[in-house]
Design a protein around this ligand. Structure first.
Ligand code: NAI
Length: 347
């Protein structure tokens, strides 16, 4: 075909990012340099040094201290929200109403009513993408696990045991983070909750029981939070899930999941290996350990953004829905209520 009759290339998606903290900076780099189908054109943060970083390191042209000004930009197609969790719902609704596609970090909101309000606004804007960042759904190992379950290799899966455990941060970043994060279960286990629903075929959750302890960070007590939490969730039809979340591992980050079925068991992530090198010596066997969630899920974060951009460009349908995010919040809240009441709580 001659070049004059070929289809013109689709313009790149024009994306803006709000929130340039711990994770926002990583998403911003991926949008600026990691995907040829989009361009990072604007950024928003109340912190001037974060905007300086976006301008100087990423070459972002339009930098805003105000979220309203950020949205009021006709040359912006999509926004990526990596802001404190307590802002997610309102910012998502404002962005949808401003005509933008939205990617928002997990959890969607810290109460079910806000999640449902976002779902209602999204339903009024059916041509815009609204996606929540449950990054593990984009991880190659978890995807293969889901495919093998789908293919029937586990028989009937009935139990998920899943943990999200971070290396201890003696500076206590998450203690400062606790007032807006929703607590350890809403912040960490919400990933495992979404995984359990996904891998068990989206059963309805009925009841939750949780307990926890403060091993190293007494400052969490002020927010009724813990640094090590355990939860059990019962689902309709007999499936069960057990979650463990920790902020205090001495050696590194360990996200692991086990799915147990009538015909087999699947394990994802055991060992926390940073790479494939092991040292065998008289002292024993040792290997380097993943330092944090980003090192573990770097490829998944890239894939997640690639699929968001593809969905905005009309090239891909997303299987992860806002309703999934609402259910994850609903279950996370029942677990958190149980942690505080000491009693099983209805979901
Ligand atoms: P952070 O506190 O490091 O960053 C928050 C950012 O939001 C900062 O840049 C802050 O200046 C900015 N900000 C505050 N108010 C704002 C406003 N009104 N408008 C625009 N920007 C505003 O927090 P972190 O760790 O980056 O977490 C952000 C979100 O990402 C949280 O919701 C968290 O749950 C989620 N997250 C998800 C992870 C995952 O595995 N998918 C991992 C880590 C965080």
């Amino acid at each position: 075909m001659s070049s004059s009759s070929s289809t013109p290339a689709k313009p790149r998606l024009r994306v803006g990012i709000a929130g340039l903290g711990r994770l926002g900076k990583r998403h911003a780099e991926a949008l600026a340099f990691g995907n040829r189908h989009c361009q990072l054109v604007s950024a928003c943060s109340p912190v001037p040094s974060e905007l300086d970083w976006a301008r100087e390191q990423l070459g972002v042209g339009r930098c805003h201290a105000s979220f309203d000004t950020f949205l009021d930009d006709p040359e912006l197609d999509a926004v990526v929200l990596v802001t404190p969790t307590s802002l997610h719902a309102d910012q998502t609704m404002a962005a949808l109403r401003a005509g933008k596609h939205v990617f928002v970090e997990k959890p969607l909101a810290l109460n079910v009513e806000d999640c449902e309000r976002v779902q209602a606004v999204a339903a009024e804007h059916p041509n815009q993408v609204a996606m929540v960042g449950f990054v593990r759904r984009f991880d190659p190992s978890y995807r293969r696990a889901a495919q093998r379950i789908e293919a029937g290799e586990l028989g009937r899966p009935f139990l998920v045991r899943s943990q999200t455990c971070d290396q201890n941060d003696p500076e206590g970043f998450f203690v400062r983070f606790a007032p807006t994060s929703g607590g350890i279960f809403m912040d960490c286990s919400v990933h495992d909750i979404d995984l359990a629903r996904w891998l068990l075929g989206r059963p309805k959750a009925l009841r939750a029981f949780a307990t926890g302890t403060i091993a190293l960070h007494p400052g969490l007590a002020e927010c009724q939070d813990v640094d090590n939490g355990l939860a059990i969730v019962e689902f309709e039809g007999g499936a069960r899930a057990v979650f463990y979340a920790s902020r205090t591992l001495p050696h590194g980050h360990e996200t692991t999941t086990e799915v147990i079925g009538t015909a087999g068991t699947l394990q994802v992530g055991f060992g926390a290996h940073a790479d494939r090198l092991e040292l065998r010596s008289a002292a024993g066997v040792s290997h380097a350990v993943l330092p944090d969630f980003h090192a573990r899920f770097e490829a998944a974060f890239q894939q997640e953004m690639a699929e968001f951009v593809a969905a905005c460009r009309g090239e891909r349908q997303l299987s992860l829905t806002l309703a999934d995010a609402t259910e994850a919040t609903r279950i996370g809240l029942a677990i958190t209520r149980s942690l505080r009441s000491g009693m099983p709580e209805a979901v």
